[in-house]
Ligand binder design. Structure first.
Ligand code: ADP
Length: 478
């Protein structure tokens, strides 16, 4: 089977969040199962020299986008049986940031159109195209409108994966024909429209052959008004083609036995060496703590999705306990300031790191005791799985993938891989934090059993990659 995986970010070349991790690891797992996989991503100027030097230029073409005729260079890099194609256009992709530009709609419409145009040029005719999130949502849309009747393209199946339904690619009506090159008629008939705006994700849900999301709980949640961000009716109408497949993580990249970022490597058999990471992480962050003081880590985008409102409500109560908190993230100004202010107030208890650093992230996963992730909603979440792989117990809210991947501690049987709470309520979270800290101080045996349970859980792509393959096959079979 031939699969084209389309993503706006792919680790290790370029990553801003979980999509990058998935696009970096799932294709490799598909290839390992015998599938012929190509991945395609924009060639951002932010992609480092170390990767660019390894790519080869193949050819260039011109891509028609409404009235524009734009250059597109094609570069390729091959690794672990996967071909990575990078689409070059400096006007669109030589920017300081990956997302958040004034012309994102045009940038990613160009990318989506270029993906379809490049296929005959590189001689790769996929059986299935799997696109991801709004940035490549126009691939199935353009395919349905402009390509599926052409002999070369006929019969290709499209799968659309939702990693976060909050970001839908919503724009004013005026961009439809002028920028996207799609007839205005598709606004009036509702296909491209949601709540009076152009909505790329909605259109992809309607026209893709299959729609997946990244955990089965989230697949159910987004069909309800609270989690659906106004797309729940469309998802319910298309229920028959919607399913959830939980993400895996790259267990080779996130491996405490070999991770070069750690102060000292360790495994489930040498778990005591984790303490060295704890000690050095604390020193690096300018904090001190004895062995009984729980060190709590947080890594992620500082946005309300990640439960920052709950933290805001009880941050003082948390820091009044005998704990240490190490925060790494960037995001909304108000939350960044909240942690910066907390550092002034509790200089010995919190370390605030407002930045993006893979190195520090891995040091936190390895060096902390507890990992806090109380998300309002969480399509899958990778951070909690990475934490468990490093023997750090996650404390999560029971939503989306957090619910599907963390087994809450059962004080009667000792089972569990972490801690959880159900309602979006700050004091419910605080109560569970206090219970977890109590357990850490007074029952190291139970704690260690959970660490081992988490570290030995299979978070690899092995199972989920097979589920994707079965899904692709079912799409091909019609
Ligand atoms: P989301 O995709 O919603 O941002 P996930 O938990 O699925 O959340 O994935 C987040 C990924 O990005 C994880 O690999 C996490 O370690 C990484 N990450 C998030 N923020 C940072 C940061 N400031 N520095 C380094 N890595 C980060």
């Amino acid at each position: 089977m031939k699969v084209l995986y389309v993503a706006s970010e792919v680790a290790p070349f370029i990553k801003t969040g979980g999509l990058g991790d998935v696009a970096g690891s799932l294709p490799k797992a598909l290839a390992a199962k015998g599938c012929e996989v190509a991945v395609v991503c924009p060639l951002y100027s932010k992609i480092g020299r170390e990767w660019r030097d390894k790519m080869y230029y193949i050819k260039s073409l011109y891509v028609q986008l409404a009235w524009r005729n734009q250059y597109c260079g094609i570069f390729v890099y091959e690794d672990a049986g996967v071909k990575y194609y990078f689409l070059d256009n400096e006007y669109y992709f030589a920017r300081n940031q990956v997302y958040g530009e004034y012309d994102d709609a045009e940038r990613f419409a160009f990318f989506s159109r270029a993906v379809l145009e490049m296929l005959p040029e590189i001689g790769f005719r996929p059986d299935v195209i799997n696109c991801n999130d709004w940035q490549s949502a126009l691939v199935p849309v353009y395919y349905c409108l402009n390509y599926n009747y052409r002999p070369w393209y006929e019969g290709i199946k499209t799968v659309f994966t939702i990693h976060n339904i909050q970001f839908q690619g919503q724009y004013g009506r005026e961009i439809l024909s002028y920028v996207l090159g799609i007839d205005d008629y598709h606004f009036d008939n509702g296909f491209m429209q949601q709540d009076g705006d152009v909505n790329m994700m909605k259109a992809a849900i309607v026209c893709a052959d299959r729609v997946t999301t990244v955990s089965s709980t989230y697949a159910g949640e987004i069909q309800t008004p609270f989690y659906g961000f106004h797309l729940d009716p469309v998802l319910r109408w298309n229920q028959g083609k919607v399913s959830g497949i939980v993400n895996g993580i790259d267990v080779d990249a996130y491996n405490p036995e070999t991770d070069p970022h750690l102060f000292k490597n360790y495994s489930v058999n040498t778990l005591d060496d984790k303490k060295e990471n704890r000690k050095q992480l604390l020193a690096m962050c300018g904090l001190q703590a004895d062995d009984e003081t729980p060190v709590i880590g947080m890594v992620g985008r500082l946005t309300s999705q990640k439960g920052l409102d709950l933290i805001q409500c009880v941050l003082n109560d948390i820091l009044e306990q005998d704990v240490r908190l190490i925060v790494l993230g960037t995001g909304d100004y108000a939350y960044e300031q909240m942690f910066i202010n907390a550092k002034w107030q509790y200089p010995d208890k919190i370390s605030t790191n407002i930045m993006f650093s893979n190195d520090l992230a891995n040091k936190i996963y390895a060096g902390c005791d507890l990992f806090l992730m109380p998300s309002l909603f969480e399509p899958c979440g990778l951070a909690q799985m990475i934490a468990m792989r490093y023997g750090t117990l996650p404390l999560v809210r029971e939503t989306g993938g957090l619910k599907d991947t963390v087994i809450p501690y059962n004080q009667f049987t000792g089972e569990g891989t972490g801690f959880s709470f159900s309602n979006y309520n700050a004091h419910e979270m605080l109560h569970v934090i206090k219970s977890a800290c109590f357990l850490f101080r007074h029952n190291q045996e139970a704690w260690r059993a959970m660490q081992i349970a988490g570290m030995t859980t299979d978070f690899s792509w092995d199972h989920s990659a097979q589920v994707y393959l079965d899904l692709y096959q079912s799409a091909i079979n019609g």
